[in-house]
Ligand binder design. Structure first.
Ligand SMILES: Nc1ncnc2c1ncn2[C@@H]1O[C@H](COP(=O)(O)OP(=O)(O)OP(=O)(O)O)[C@@H](O)[C@H]1O
Ligand SMILES: [Mg+2]
Length: 668
């Protein structure tokens, strides 16, 4: 399988945006702006989603809390209504007129009194039984009596507990008919098909749910004489639900609909409600959703959540209504229109969206300004660097931003300035060098020609002046002195000519293995006896096991002699000259150092001492060729000649020669 090239692989890893920016030529300010906007859009979207979610959760949680409290209030109202029935019944049970009637069996006056009380209290059912539960009197149906109610749990519990009982109970159509035919009619509710309700086969409800209270009628010995019972039929009785709506929701409307509703269910059937149908009538006969039915009626748990009620979504609270035996027979419900809260959520979302869009617009504006501020100087620098690259070194960038960009621009200007200066220096140096080497070549050529032409006549002068001096023993002192002068000056001329010839010819060295120490010894013994060296102490520090080097001994001797004589002349005839030799183990070179205690060389002269004809000596005493020739010889041995000097203290020249021919150091 082919290996993916590293660069391609890396590019893949950099992701969509970098590769987009890489492949398409996008200006830097556009990239900056895009990045800004992208960040704002991402952050804005996250805030939008989280903000809306948090707010709507909070709003719905608040709504649920509210509806839970509303249900508590509704229950309190329902219970107080039950207590009210209880108070009327219990109070009536204590009335003497009833006790007397039971004692005598004469019920007419009792009937009259109970009818009055029942009418005032708004009771739909009001009757009396004997101590066995047999009905003695029904105020709403006086002809119906003599039947047995002892099977009814509320009568039974009174007979056994001898206390007042209040509860919610179911009355069958038959029982309702006995209490009052109009009650059975009121209780009758045809079932209406309701979306989401559990499926049922029956089509109507004939029984009724009654808020009931019963109390024992006791004699002075606390023996039960009978039971008085009374109740209110809840079917189609809207007093409680409307009172709840009025008290808890203050009849507030939202978009034409009641914001809060209350309902009493018999089992899952709406028997008393202010929830409206589409046509505005009360939704009697509709039923609770199956989901709520299962939780509240079947499992006996309250429901606090959103629920579909008749034709709308509500945030609802349902709880079971139980009878005397603690069996669930119905549901008490309150709910608020969910529409209000979904509208709040939508408004919140639009507010957040508005803020986010405004933020993005502001970010685009700010990032545009910022990007321009950044890209402006960068553009300037790009065009300036193009100019510099094209050779226009006068180009400068002007940026005033007091940040890294200004620093960059300043550095760029500094760099351009340095390049310009170096360019200038280089040009000057090159021109000087060319002129110098041309001059040197010319001088060398001229010197070589002159030296060559002068050499033969000079040789004649030297030979004949020597012969004259040797052959004519009887010369007078003056002539002898003059002849000796001629011989001396001719010798000097010969030396200069030789030097010039050596310098101009640059003869290739004739190399062989040689001991450098012995050359040093030869040089020292040659100069020792000269007058110049009488007061000079020559110290030799020679490495005894110095390896042999491949050199031209006569040329190297010439170098050493030049250095020794220069040292002696710099010390003006008195001082110490130390000559050391050693093998440099690291480089395998042989180093020969000549240290004197002479005048030293100024920094300015140090740069020139290897130039031909540079001398500080008086006219006639130095040709200025000694070091130039020595440098040439050392270079032709692939070695180097170093100098270190301090004015007033002395000078050290170091000749470095490779043991064998290898690299070209060429340092000085
Ligand atoms: N050891 C030294 N101490 C101080 N100055 C030195 C030393 N060696 C060389 N110089 C300086 O370097 C110059 C050049 O030396 P170089 O040997 O090339 O020429 P020269 O000695 O002046 O003349 P020549 O060697 O031809 O007689 C000298 O004139 C002297 O100023
Ligand atoms: Mg010299």
């Amino acid at each position: 399988m082919d290996k993916v090239p590293e660069a391609v692989d890396q590019n893949k890893r950099k992701g969509i945006f970098s590769s987009l920016f890489r492949d398409v030529a996008v200006p830097i300010h556009a990239k900056l702006m895009l990045s800004f906007v992208l960040v704002i859009v991402i952050i804005g979207s996250i805030f939008l989603v989280i903000g809306v979610q948090l707010t709507s959760n909070r709003v719905f949680a608040e709504a649920q809390d509210k509806v839970r409290n509303d249900l508590n209030a509704a229950r309190a109202i329902y219970d107080s209504q039950r207590q009210q029935v209880g108070s009327v019944v219990c109070y009536t049970a204590d009335r003497n007129i009833l006790k007397e009637a039971l004692f005598t069996g004469e019920m007419d006056s009792a009937n009259e009194e109970l009818t009055k009380v029942g009418a005032i209290a708004g009771l739909d059912i009001f009757g009396v039984t004997n101590k066995y539960g047999k009905v003695l009197l029904r105020t709403h149906n006086p002809d119906k009596y003599g039947d047995d109610l002892s099977h009814h749990a509320f009568i039974k519990s009174v007979l056994y507990s001898e206390g007042c009982v209040t509860s919610t109970v179911l009355f069958s159509e038959y029982e309702l008919n006995k209490e009052s035919p109009s009650l059975a009619e009121q209780a009758h509710i045809p079932l209406i098909d309701t979306a989401l309700a559990r499926p049922v086969t029956k089509t109507e409800e004939t029984s009724g749910m009654v808020l009931i209270a019963a109390s024992p009628i006791l004699n002075s010995r606390h023996e039960i004489l009978g039971v008085v019972y009374g109740g209110i039929l809840l079917n189609r009785n809207f007093e409680i639900v409307d009172f709840i709506k009025q008290t808890v929701y203050e009849d507030v409307k939202y978009e034409g609909q009641d914001i809060g509703t209350a309902t009493i269910f018999q089992d899952d059937l709406r028997i008393s409600t202010n929830v409206k149908n589409e046509d505005g009538t009360r939704a009697i006969g509709t039923r609770v959703s199956e989901e709520v039915y299962n939780q509240v009626i079947v499992q006996g748990e309250p429901w606090i959540d959103r629920a579909y009620v008749v034709n709308n979504w509500y945030i609802t609270a349902y709880e079971p209504i139980k009878n005397v035996q603690d069996e669930i027979i119905g549901i008490l419900y309150v709910g608020v229109l969910e529409q209000k809260y979904t509208d709040i959520r939508r408004e919140t979302m639009f507010t957040f969206l508005g803020i986010t869009i405004a933020g993005i617009l502001v970010a685009i504006g700010v990032s545009y300004l910022f990007a321009r501020q950044v890209s402006g100087p960068i553009k300037k620098m790009v065009s300036a660097s193009k100019e510099v690259a094209a050779g226009n070194l006068n180009t400068r960038v002007h940026v005033k931003s007091n940040d890294e960009l200004q620093f960059l621009a300043d550095s760029f200007n500094h760099m351009a300035e340095s390049i310009q200066k170096r360019d200038q220096d280089l040009k000057e140096f090159a021109t000087k060098r060319i002129m110098q080497s041309e001059k040197l070549a010319l001088v060398g050529q001229l010197s070589a020609n002159i030296a060559h032409e002068l050499n033969n006549p000079l040789q004649g002068i030297v030979t004949f002046s020597h012969l004259l001096l040797e052959d004519n023993k009887n010369l007078d002192t003056n002539t002898q002195f003059s002849l000796e002068k001629i011989v001396g000056q001719a010798n000097r001329c010969r030396d200069i000519i030789r030097g010039l010839l050596d310098f101009s010819r640059q003869r290739q060295p004739d190399k062989s293995f040689f001991n450098i120490n012995s050359i040093v010894d030869d040089c020292v013994s040659l100069v020792e006896r000269q007058a110049l060296f009488h007061n000079i102490h020559i110290i030799r520090n020679l490495q005894s096991d110095l390896p042999l080097a491949i050199i031209d001994p006569s040329q190297i001797e010439r170098v050493f002699m030049n250095l020794i004589i220069n040292a002696a002349e710099a010390m003006d005839g008195s001082g110490h000259l130390t000559i050391s030799t050693r093998e440099n183990k690291n480089t395998s070179d042989i180093e020969i150092a000549f240290s004197d205690t002479g005048t030293g060389i100024s920094n300015e002269n140090l740069k020139k001492i290897f130039d031909p004809f540079f001398t500080t000596k008086e006219v006639g005493h130095g040709t200025g060729l000694g070091l130039a020739i020595s440098y040439g010889i050392v270079r032709s041995h692939k070695g180097s000649l170093l100098v270190e000097s301090e004015v007033g203290s002395g000078t050290t020249f170091v000749v470095i020669l490779p043991k064998e021919e290898s690299g070209d150091n060429g340092k000085y």
